[in-house]
Design a protein around this ligand. Structure first.
Ligand code: ADP
Length: 564
């Protein structure tokens, strides 16, 4: 802080316009009386002189005026009356006490400062004129003789008054400018706060009016905001009789099951643990009828310093969507059931036709392909039926010796017509793999899902590559494509029931998000693993690894919802 600012602040406390006329006058009277007391104690008899008494009377009159007149309503120039009376009182005293005149004269600085503070440069000029006419001129008139020393001495007081008056004027003007600047800054900040408050209210209204549940939590997981829709979700997840349940008490389970979601897999908890995810489907409320399914997504909130500041989690009601997917599944199961009998008959007749002796080689090969495809169709139909049954039971495998490479080759052969239709090229790099204990029909289904996804999610002109090899004590099977790809974030939830990527949803490619979850269950039931590598827009590779030498048998499908 510079010197002028600090000086002006000190001056302001004594002479500032903010203090009233009465207070200023009282301050001056106190000084004057102190001066009078000192003079009286020093034995000077002049305090009882008529001129001194007249000065005191003037002072009294000025004080009565200071207290009696509503100065705040008077014009600023009128206020000069009180300090001018004070200066007149000083002039009388000064005239009386010639020896100690200088000290008395300097008392005039107080009303002069007051005038300058109140009326600025006009006040400084008025004060100087008053001091010059009431003190300096009488002094010069009464002087025994006039020389330059006497004139300079007499002029000292008005010159000092003028200088100090101008200094006060400059300092207070500067203070005024600073105050105006502070006031403008405050007004601007208030305006910004008001605008921010208005936007906050608008946003709250918007957030409350949407059907999607939105909850914002801080980095420790405390709720910062919960819109109306989310309050309803929260209420439906609360166990009966518990008013304010914590996250672990909420009734959340995996869709289509009564299996409760462990606390660390619950959406809000995952978000607090810094996970970002999309389309993570959960069921809310009591298991079974009455519960609702929600697709949940979470994003981390980053503050202006780039630090994590919490997370936002949204809950979208997908009950109807899942219900219709279930109905569709049911429909497929019914149709499959109806297809099985005629298909078995077709296969029987194809076998009879194939066994006829007078077939040309070409016809025999056509019948062979037709038989294999009808057989494949029957397998799929049976799989669909079994899958349907399996959703409500343990999913026990029926193992037998089979080669993964052979199953993949068959799948590719069946997929060729469809790939041609879609304008896709299939590339094969198949190395024969050893015989393993495999439930061939279920594994065919798993591989078929990967193949059908690769064809489905790859735009025309793309390539689907298949690969098998025997490496590092296990068999590896990979299906790659040059399709739409999957972001890193989405890969986390890819093997969860009903999960679909944003790109797939936005491209209107039909699907239900069931195939990969099922594929994963089949692979894991064989003691294997499935993984994905993908680059959005460039393609994906799904890899199945099965151990060799370990006869996986009768394994049960593991819990749903956790990706390997
Ligand atoms: P569906 O394909 O019927 O939706 P899936 O469970 O097979 O169900 O797949 C789940 C989701 O994973 C798909 O909806 C899609 O978003 C994504 N996905 C699967 N395979 C691929 C792939 N090869 N390329 C891009 N996305 C894929």
């Amino acid at each position: 802080m510079d010197l002028t600012a600090s000086l002006s602040r000190r001056l302001a406390t004594v002479v500032a316009p903010a203090t009233g006329t009465a207070e200023k006058q009282l301050y001056f009277v106190a000084l004057f009386l102190a001066f009078t007391t000192v003079v009286a104690i020093s034995g000077e008899p002049l305090v009882m002189a008529p001129a001194y008494l007249a000065a005191l009377s003037l002072l009294l009159a000025a004080t009565l005026l200071a207290y009696g007149v509503p100065w705040e309503r008077a014009s600023p120039l009128c206020i000069a009356v009180v300090p001018l009376l004070d200066i007149a009182a000083i002039a009388l005293v000064r005239d009386l006490m010639r020896e100690i005149a200088t000290a008395a004269s300097f008392l005039s600085l107080i009303p002069a400062l007051w005038l300058a503070a109140r009326l600025r440069s006009r006040g400084a000029v008025i004060a100087t004129a008053a001091v010059a006419s009431m003190i300096t001129v009488p002094t010069l008139l009464r002087a025994d003789h006039l020389d330059s020393v006497v004139v300079a001495h007499a002029a000292l007081v008005p010159v000092t008054v003028l200088q100090i008056g101008m200094l006060v004027t400059a300092a207070l003007s500067r203070l005024d400018r600073q105050s105006a600047h502070v006031a403008a800054t405050l007004a601007e900040k208030e305006g910004l706060l008001e605008a921010a408050d208005m936007w906050k209210r608008r946003l709250e209204n918007i957030i409350d009016s949407v059907d999607t549940g939105i909850v914002v939590v801080d980095r420790d997981g405390h709720d910062l905001l919960m819109n109306r829709a989310q309050q309803r979700v929260h209420a439906s997840a609360s166990p009966p009789g518990v008013d304010d349940p914590d996250e672990s008490q909420l009734l959340l389970h995996y869709p289509g099951t009564s299996q409760s979601i462990p606390p660390d897999r619950r959406p809000v908890w995952r978000a607090v643990k810094q996970e970002s995810f999309s389309n993570y489907v959960i069921s809310v409320g009591p298991a079974g009828p009455g519960g609702a399914d929600y697709s949940t997504s979470a994003r981390q909130i980053i503050d202006i310093h780039g630090e994590r500041d919490g997370a936002v989690v949204v809950f979208t009601d997908v009950t109807q969507y899942i219900e219709s997917a279930r109905k569709q599944e049911q429909f497929v199961a019914t149709v499959s059931h109806e297809l099985r009998t005629p298909l078995t008959s077709v296969i029987g007749y194809l076998e009879l036709a194939r066994d006829a002796i007078d077939l040309s080689r070409e016809t025999a090969s056509f019948l062979e392909v037709a038989h294999r495809n009808a057989d494949q169709l029957l397998t799929i139909v049976e799989e669909l039926l079994r899958d349907q049954a399996e959703r409500s039971d343990s999913g026990v495998l029926t193992l037998g010796p089979a080669r993964l490479s052979a199953l993949l080759r068959e799948t590719v052969e069946s997929a060729v017509p469809r790939s041609e239709e879609l304008g896709l090229t299939i590339e094969q790099d198949l190395h024969e793999t050893p015989l393993q204990q495999i439930d061939a029909s279920r594994m065919r289904q798993a591989i078929g899902n990967l193949m059908s996804n690769a064809l489905k999610y790859t735009p025309r002109g793309g390539t689907v590559s298949v690969h098998t090899c025997f490496a590092e004590g296990g068999v590896e099977l990979a299906v790659s494509d040059t399709g739409i790809g999957i972001s890193d974030q989405e890969q986390t939830d890819l093997f969860t029931d009903y999960y679909r990527t944003r790109t797939a949803l936005e491209s209107d490619i039909p699907g239900h998000g069931i195939g990969l979850a099922l594929t994963r269950r089949i692979v894991v039931a064989h003691g294997g693993q499935i993984s994905v590598r993908s680059v959005p827009g460039a393609g994906s590779t799904f890899t199945i690894r099965l151990p060799v030498g370990e006869a996986a048998g009768g394994a049960e499908a593991p819990d749903r919802g956790t990706a390997t």
